[in-house]
Every structure is written in structure tokens, then in C-alpha cells.
Write a new protein. Structure first.
Length: 213
């Protein structure tokens, strides 16, 4: 059965995360990854800055080179780069035939990757690849692919996180609780909690706003 998994990774554990040192408020989102004989070519968006010298804010990293700006509109910038052949990273694992990268988003708080496999086997292979190559990904969600009409449903862990965040006043202005406090109550990491809240909010928006008649 097709399976969807969500993994998180610390901001500086992914080559493109070097930008957060200079621009901590931006968001990086992978658009697509094109495989090639000389290394994969990821296209990605950087949102949240109007700087004209965007490339100067990426530090040198052995896993990536040749970063260039393809287009810019306001504070949104489309870039591409070349992944260094032989540098072990999650991008290499995405080339697995039965594994599809659905989304990848990074902020100063970390990266979130959503992947889909035709079964749990490629998901397990992905985890094994990361373990063997010392890539500290953390599995935060794993579930069977749902029919289209139930995509907007919030999972039980997401519902629990939303409920506790609401009760603690996390959504109030000013906030009455921090992610760290709520995560401690749930017994999970702050990064995992942030991932659950983002995915839950996205699903609620899809169901209540995007897909509503």
C-alpha cells in the first residue's frame, strides 16, 4: 500500500541551509529535482527577502555548487544549483524508483520532507540510507495514502498538538506559551511539534477553504 512519510532535519544538516546563517527569516522550498549524470539539479524558491545579492548569503558547502538565480519577483526568488556527485545526502535517496519527493521546506527551525513510497519498503530503505550516511533525519509522521476526499483530515497527533497549543494560548496575541513548553508536555521535540502544527494548519486550510464549495 502506498505510504506517505514526513521527516525533519536540522537546518544546518542540509546543504541549502547555509543561507539561514545570514538570512534567518527566509523560507526555502524545493520546486523540483532533475537527476543528471553529473549530479542532481534542484530548483528551489527562497521567500522572504528583497536583497539583490542573494547568492552572497549562501556559504560554501561541499554538497552543492553553481547556485544561480533564475528569476525574482518581489521577495520570491527561483534558484537552481548542482548537487555534488558522491556527496551523501537525502537528495541521493530520492532517486529511488519507488520513492517520490512530495515537498521539502526549510526554515531556520529545520527542514521538513514529505515523501511517498509505493509501500513501506522504500521508506525503510530511505531511513537506512540516512542512518548509514549519518544523516540525522527524524520520522515525524507515517501513514497510508488516503483517498482524495480525506486528504484534508487532520491526524490524531496533529489534532492533539492543535488542541494543546490552543489551550495553552499559543495562538493568542501575544502568545501565552512557547513551542518548547508545549513540546515538553507532549513529550516530543520542538521541531516535531512545529512540523505537526504546520501540517495540521495546511490540511485545515485545504479542507475548509481551498476545497470548500
Amino acid at each position: 500500500m502506498a505510504t506517505v512519510a514526513t521527516f525533519t532535519l536540522e537546518a544546518d544538516e542540509f546543504p541549502l541551509g547555509t543561507i539561514f546563517t545570514e538570512l534567518p527569516d527566509v523560507t526555502v522550498r524545493l520546486e523540483r529535482v532533475i537527476p543528471g549524470t553529473n549530479g542532481a539539479t534542484p530548483y528551489f524558491w527562497v521567500n522572504g527577502t528583497k536583497t539583490k545579492r542573494l547568492l552572497d548569503h549562501f556559504s560554501d558547502h561541499p554538497g552543492v555548487h553553481g547556485i544561480c538565480v533564475v528569476d525574482s519577483v518581489g521577495d520570491e526568488h527561483l534558484l537552481r544549483c548542482t548537487w555534488s556527485p558522491g556527496y551523501p545526502d537525502v537528495i541521493d535517496a530520492f532517486e529511488e524508483d519507488d520513492l517520490v519527493l512530495l515537498s521539502a521546506t526549510g526554515t531556520i527551525d529545520g527542514w521538513e520532507f514529505e515523501i511517498r513510497g509505493e509501500s513501506r519498503k522504500p521508506i525503510s530503505k530511505f531511513q537506512s540510507f540516512c542512518t548509514e550516511n549519518d544523516i540525522p533525519v527524524v520520522l515525524t509522521e507515517l501513514h497510508a495514502l488516503k483517498p482524495l476526499e480525506t486528504v484534508g483530515d487532520v491526524t490524531d497527533p496533529q489534532r492533539e498538538a492543535l488542541k494543546l497549543a490552543y489551550e495553552y494560548g499559543y495562538f493568542n496575541t501575544p502568545r501565552e506559551a512557547t513551542l518548547a513548553e508545549i513540546a515538553e508536555e507532549l513529550g516530543i521535540s520542538q521541531q516535531a511539534l512545529g512540523s505537526r502544527l504546520r501540517r495540521a494548519n495546511r490540511r485545515l486550510i485545504e479542507r475548509e477553504i481551498i476545497d470548500s464549495p
